[in-house]
Ligand binder design. Sequence first.
Ligand code: FES
Length: 107
Amino acid sequence: MSDPDFVTVGRTSDLAPGEMTYVDVHNTPVCLINLDGTYYAVNDTCTHADASLSDGTIEGDILECPLHGGCFDIRTGAPAAMPVVTPIETYRVRVQGDVVQVALVEP
Ligand code: FES
């Protein structure tokens, strides 16, 4: 099986634990999250309506949408609080040295 198409989105020093940021991966909006030193990537557009999740907040391992307060499990993308009922897409992340890369495939 060939390697998925990893795209460099930044360096580990760009994102402290507990922080997240918007990145673009092949024109797909992605929210990159540093959760206690482990990186996760989810689609940046909330599945409830058109809100950017990277403008939201992190509470533990939960990502809260800024628009209506819906929540997702950062690790799995599963809905964690209403009004969200549809999971968010999650993507594969790898760290090569100090470079953070995302591929638009399931982790
Ligand atoms: S747009 Fe995210 S909860 Fe409504």
